[in-house]
Design a protein around this ligand. Structure first.
Ligand code: AMP
Ligand code: MG
Length: 391
């Protein structure tokens, strides 16, 4: 059994490199940027009014001021603002030469069409200065960024209509267990539905890659060997769920070895999610994940997601926040790093979801993240702060 940190170090040595492609800007959410992007010009590109009002010289206030011209957004000024002068300007308009402030129209009295005076107190200039956001050539987004909607706005602003991103890793997902039936079937007796494959496929897609669900194989060594060896021809990356533990029918680790894969570890000191095989060979990688739905979910978040993210050139994908526990929590065994599923309260506290063991999927229904309890820590007091890894 190895620690999570050690497991992460190992998987980092066996990343896949899916290559790059160029896609239209609109297709980039959920992709990993494969180039550094810089500002193609100063942003804002000119001194810009941030209020509707009049552009003038501070020293001339409160006026009266002569109005020179009207400057809607998009129209370049034609006149220099000199002593005793101003130009009517709209939000987003270019501030004319000579003016060093914009006075809000709410504090302006019109003496005539061409003559105003200021009735307020001068406080702010209401000008966004050229280049105050970014200078031409400044870094906008670094290679490896996982692209989300706000990044599309940034890329659009610098004219990136086509963007270089990492190719997606096409992930095969296989479930094994003689008790499993397909989601659309009605289970009888001791059968249960295969819920993990759908869950894993959605996790893979959320991590920016593609997934293909490949059905169910019984707990039968020969069938597994045949199925997995066929799949490894088609896929560089395979997730197998079920049969990864030490029971009599937990055949996956042995099958992977028989197929010539090298097993880098087969258990990780986390709870839930200890039994887990990481095998690789000939440029192919396979995770054998637990069949328990909660364990399987956690194993994906803690190990498979970093693997997919790093392989695509990204950084560690999760965010961690400090939260106070709403109520105390005690666990019976504290030998492993524990990921406690929690919900977040509106006041910023977290609370454990009701949780009876790693098979109980409904624990994940309102999940916001996992509170991390180090090995050896069995009790969290009410009000004590914990790290919560958001998902
Ligand atoms: P295993 O990891 O094969 O020992 O399975 C552990 C538990 O998870 C057992 O109760 C299985 O019935 C259940 N299980 C295994 N595979 C799946 C699956 N694909 N979907 C839902 N539950 C599963
Ligand atoms: Mg099983």
């Amino acid at each position: 059994m190895i620690e999570l940190e050690k497991a992460l170090q190992i998987i980092r040595k066996h990343l896949l490199f899916p290559g790059m492609e160029t896609v239209p800007l609109a297709a980039t959410p959920g992709r990993y940027l494969a180039e550094d992007l810089r500002a193609d010009r100063d942003m804002p590109p000119f001194n810009k009014a941030s209020m509707d009002g009049f552009a003038c010289r501070k020293e001339d206030l409160p006026g009266p001021l002569e109005v020179l011209e009207l400057l809607p957004a998009g129209q370049a000024p034609s006149q220099h603002v000199g002593a005793g002068q101003c130009s009517r300007i709209m939000t987003g308009g270019q501030v004319p030469e000579g003016a060093d402030c914009v006075i809000m129209q709410e504090y302006v009295e019109m003496e005539s069409e061409k003559r105003i005076h200021f009735t307020g107190n001068y406080s702010e200039s209401y000008i966004c200065l050229r280049g105050e956001d970014l200078k031409k050539g400044d870094m906008l987004l670094a290679e490896g960024t996982f692209l989300e909607p706000q990044h599309l706005g940034m890329m659009a602003a610098v004219g990136k209509s086509r963007v270089r991103v990492t190719r997606r890793i096409h992930t095969g997902i296989l479930a094994t267990g003689s008790e499993l039936v397909d989601v659309a079937e009605v289970p009888v007796g001791a059968q249960i539905r295969n819920s993990n494959s759908m869950q894993l496929a959605a996790q893979v897609r959320r991590a920016g890659h593609t997934a293909e669900i490949l059905g169910i194989v019984e707990d039968d060594k020969d069938l597994l060997v045949e199925k997995i060896s066929g799949l490894m021809e088609r896929f560089d990356f395979l997730l197998v769920t079920g049969g990864a533990s030490v029971g009599e029918f937990d055949l996956v680790p042995g099958v992977l070895q028989e197929l010539g894969f090298s097993s880098e570890f087969d258990r990780v000191a986390v709870q839930p999610g200890k039994p887990l095989t990481f095998a690789q060979g000939k440029g192919k990688v396979c995770f054998g994940l637990s069949g328990n739905p909660v364990s399987c979910f956690v194993q994906f978040e803690m190990l498979v997601k970093p693997f997919l993210c790093w392989s695509a050139g990204g950084e560690m994908p999760h965010r961690t926040i400090r939260c106070r526990m709403e109520n105390g929590f005690t666990r019976r065994k504290s030998d492993r790093l524990f990921f406690l599923p929690v919900v977040l309260r509106p006041g910023g506290e977290c609370a454990p979801v009701e949780y009876h063991g790693s098979a109980h999927l409904h624990a994940l229904g309102e999940l916001a993240g996992f509170a991390e309890l180090a090995a050896g820590k069995s009790t969290v007091k009410r009000g004590e702060e914990v790290d919560v890894r958001l998902i």
